[in-house]
Design a protein around this ligand. Structure first.
Ligand SMILES: [Zn+2]
Length: 397
């Protein structure tokens, strides 16, 4: 029978150092790994990631559980029968805060909305909780968050104990246990009982602020993202710094930032509209100038660093204001664009010239009889492509 690993974090989640005997050496995904007789390391499971730390100063890269044994995957071998282990306290405490925060939030959703927790995942930056709700309003999220933080302010004791499987029906568990045998119960005093093998602080005050960040409907549930404790503080600090930068640059109080921003966006929209109208006017003048300089019906030109929209508009205005065939090329960054157009009264089909131009500029395109557009990448052949188009079309005029 395999020897179980004694979980020191069950009795004392605050303990960071320990000494243990190596009871098995193995490899895991190519890395050396050891099983110890006892450990402070929490193995990945129940939505909570593994602890970080060292065994004999060798970094532990992963910790997992198999058949009641805890496997410590190492960066390199530890050639010893007994090891000194140390877990990374900041990671452990962060996980304790997020995990206990989840217990409280889950019970809040039961009490307020009769919504059971479907799943929990403690992530690197935020944690997610899936609750049995079809939708959640802003007001409902605020109520749950408020109640959760009230529990934090009340600084309730968090106790752990073991219960025999046959006696479990006496405990008012939030959800039925997934494991058999002795069940570990985590109790937030007078508030929540749940079967859990994770790490939690002694009292709710240590969780710190519980903040719901956002939520979405997923499958038939609502999945919400939340942060607790140090993560909430860091998030607040970053957001406050960003807001202060914004309020300084807008020279308004931080409470006025949103209204000022909304006004700026509305102004910008209006300016863009005005700009577009002005640009259209300028292009109309440009079209007139092009027509005045035209020698005959055929107009060939190359433009650089203009937008496709501008040249398209110029093309359309030119063919509509007179009786012309327009062959425009545009060099725009790494791409070239060709606009081939004719006044409808000429009855030509510009699509016939696509096979003449496309191979030369390694382009693709199409359109209607009076206007085709081709985009390509061979800039150096643009001149030649327009020239061939010119020759092709001049035979038809
Ligand atoms: Zn837990």
């Amino acid at each position: 029978m395999v020897e179980k690993t004694k979980r020191l974090y069950f009795d004392d989640p605050y303990r960071v150092e320990f000494e243990a005997d190596v009871i098995q050496n193995l490899t895991h995904d190519g890395n050396p790994a050891v099983v110890l007789d006892k450990t402070c390391f929490y193995p990945e499971g129940g939505g909570q990631p593994a602890d970080k730390g060292t065994l004999d100063r060798v970094p532990v890269v992963h910790v997992l559980e198999k058949d009641n044994q805890i496997i410590h995957v190492l960066e390199k071998d530890v050639s010893s029968d007994a090891v000194k282990g140390e877990i990374d306290w900041s990671t452990r405490f962060d996980h304790m805060q997020q995990h206990a925060g989840q217990h409280i939030l889950s019970q809040c959703f039961v009490q307020l909305f009769d919504a059971a927790t479907r799943s929990f995942h403690l992530g690197d930056e935020t944690s997610t909780l899936e609750v049995d709700m079809r939708n959640m309003s802003e007001e409902e999220a605020e109520r749950a968050e408020r109640l959760a933080n009230d529990l934090v302010f009340q600084n309730k004791e968090i106790k752990t104990s073991f219960c025999r499987e046959e006696e479990i029906s006496n405990v008012q568990l939030r959800r039925p246990p997934k494991k058999k045998g002795d069940i570990r119960i985590v109790e937030v005093s007078d508030f929540d009982h749940t079967a859990c093998g994770g790490t939690h602080p002694r009292s709710t005050g240590e969780i710190g602020t519980i903040k719901i960040l956002r939520w979405e409907r997923i499958r038939d549930n609502v999945r919400l993202e939340f942060i607790c404790g140090i993560r909430a503080l860091q998030d607040y600090a970053r957001k406050h710094r960003d807001l202060r930068t914004l309020s300084n640059s807008l020279t308004v109080d931080d409470k006025e930032v949103l209204a000022t921003f909304e006004k700026f966006t509305a102004d910008l929209k209006m300016q863009k509209r005005k700009n577009r109208k002005l640009q259209e006017k300028i292009i109309q003048y440009e079209a007139v100038e092009i027509m005045q300089k035209a020698e005959g019906k055929l107009i060939k030109r190359i433009f650089t660093d203009r937008s496709q929209e501008e040249i398209r508009l110029l093309t359309l205005l030119t063919i509509r204001k007179g009786e012309f065939v327009v062959l425009f090329g545009l060099k725009n960054g790494e791409r070239v664009h060709v606009f081939l157009a004719c006044s409808e009264s000429l009855g030509l089909d510009m699509r016939e010239i696509v096979p003449v131009v496309s191979p030369l500029i390694e382009g693709k395109g199409g359109g209607r009889p009076s206007l085709v557009e081709i985009s390509g990448k061979k800039k150096e052949n643009l001149e030649q492509a327009l020239q061939e188009a010119y020759q092709h079309i001049s035979q038809k005029l």
